[in-house]
Design a protein around this ligand. Sequence first.
Ligand code: DX5
Ligand code: ZN
Length: 214
Amino acid sequence: MTIIAPSILSADFGRLADEIADADRSGGDWIHVDIMDGHFVPNLTFGPVVMGAVRQATKLPFDVHLMIQEPERYIADFVRAGADRITVHAEACVHLHRVIHMIKEQGIPAGVALNPATPLNAVKHVLEDLDLVLCMTVNPGFGGQAFIPAVLPKLRELRRMVEARGLDGFLIQVDGGINKETAPLVKEAGADVLVAGNAVFAHPDRAAAIAELR
Ligand code: DX5
Ligand code: ZN
């Protein structure tokens, strides 16, 4: 069963709490929260204070995608603000193994994200410590970008690696350019969790958009 995680990056930030409640009513499984620092990616969003302010809008899990340098500095703050799971970028962590365990010490699942050009080698020695790997299907920073098909072989290889090691419950997530045309491709390649910003929030019927992706 595919998990659909609407990304609030494409929501109306002036009505953020209502938009989150709407993604919930429309059938989303997780709320994907994109945190950007203007250094790791060329864009800025918001921090734990704003996230905490909208946390009560839904009971769905908050799936927090940290696109920030030195994410270890903010893990505890995001957990206090209501993060149910945290994903950090391999490229943003000098001591990735340590950061993964900092997340797990908070009692929540840990994920690692890989940019399209980052090979699976970056996670192959920590896979057993992880709950999820996020294969970015665009270069992170903005919503509404075009899907990069060169990531598909990486997804297939990751799926094989997860199966070969017998990692039950391990999730493979994709993020960027996911819509009704690309969703079947990533599902076929092994993705379990589909993040979608524009495909959900810019759709006139969000429930239909989520159903189409699923
Ligand atoms: C991009 C973010 C994504 C973004 C995806 O850096 O990580 O979560 O919201 O947006 P779409 O689905 O519009 O490509
Ligand atoms: Zn994201």
